[in-house]
Design a binder for this molecule. Structure first.
Ligand SMILES: *[C@@H]1O[C@H](CO)[C@@H](O)[C@H](O)[C@H]1NC(C)=O
Ligand SMILES: *[C@@H]1O[C@H](CO)[C@@H](O)[C@H](O)[C@H]1NC(C)=O
Ligand SMILES: *[C@@H]1O[C@H](CO)[C@@H](O)[C@H](O)[C@H]1NC(C)=O
Length: 252
């Protein structure tokens, strides 16, 4: 039945009025021929074909869905001035702050996790890094991409905004960059973490197979414990709030 309708439609398009007459004459004939043949067989084949098409559509749809659903990835940039060198000429204040150092970030925010991709600064210092804030486990992990090492410290909620506020901040940043100030943070490596799987799924995903260290704020490390060794230090500049944080990490 389907086949006949299709045929006549095609014929009409191709042949016009003449064809219409032809088809009208031919149709009953072909119909009877088809019904005499194994119509059940044709029916099954058609069903099979439809099933294939449906499967294709479903699988294809799933793929498209996977690739094109918004992954809640935001981009943001902040320009900053050093907090202690607040002597910016007044006329420059009003101009676009393009002469200022700038931090660019991509962030993906899920319910309890924010994953930040800090790119290599175009000028100024700072390592490219991935920073993961696990709000449920209250941990922050820095994966320094120059070193390939991970550094873990308890989440500081006075520096890192909660997920919803962070989302709002990045939505604001979508419409332009922000001018802010720089805050310094001084961290020291205290020990190596042997089993990263204890730090939760997300940090394990980020840091698994990489040398991972635990850190503390330098001010929290008791002076007596600190050895006077040569330290290897590097910095990561990032923001999870309305200011830029320069995290200095030192490894004894
Ligand atoms: C991280 O950011 C850099 C620079 O923006 C980009 O080249 C790189 O592809 C990003 N990586 C991922 C996984 O998004
Ligand atoms: C969080 O960061 C702020 C600013 O750097 C600092 O004053 C405070 O001591 C930190 N809190 C914790 C718990 O480390
Ligand atoms: C790491 O810890 C997890 C969970 O505590 C455990 O299942 C796993 O065997 C440990 N792996 C190693 C190498 O110790």
């Amino acid at each position: 039945m389907v086949k006949i309708a299709f045929n006549s439609a095609l014929a009409q398009k191709a042949l016009g009025k003449e064809g219409e007459v032809l088809v009208a004459e031919k149709d009953p004939e072909t119909a009877s021929v088809y019904s005499n043949e194994s119509s059940t067989g044709r029916c099954l084949l058609t069903l099979l074909g439809l099933a294939f098409i449906l499967t294709g559509l479903i699988v294809g749809g799933a793929c498209v869905y996977r690739y094109f659903t918004p992954k809640k990835l935001y981009h943001g940039a902040m320009h900053f001035t050093e907090l202690d060198s607040e002597v910016v000429p007044v006329d420059m204040e009003t101009r676009e702050p393009y002469y200022l150092p700038r931090v660019d970030e991509d962030v993906e925010i899920q319910d309890n996790v924010a994953i930040i991709n800090v790119s290599m600064p175009r000028f100024g210092e700072g390592d490219p890094a991935y920073i993961l804030h696990d709000f449920k486990r209250k941990l922050t992990a820095y994966l320094d991409l120059n070193l390939g090492n991970c550094f873990v410290i308890p989440l500081n909620t006075s520096v890192v905004m909660p997920p919803q506020d962070l989302l709002d901040l990045f939505q604001q940043l979508m419409s332009g960059s922000y001018r802010t100030y720089l805050v310094h943070e001084d961290l020291v490596v205290t020990e190596r973490i042997d089993n990263v799987s204890k730090l939760g799924f997300y940090i394990f995903h980020l840091c698994g197979g990489k040398d991972t260290y635990r850190m503390q704020r330098r001010s929290d490390v008791m002076a007596g414990i600190q050895k006077r060794s040569v330290e290897e230090c590097f910095t990561i500049r990032h923001f999870e709030n309305k200011f830029v944080t320069e995290t200095k990490i030192c490894k004894p």
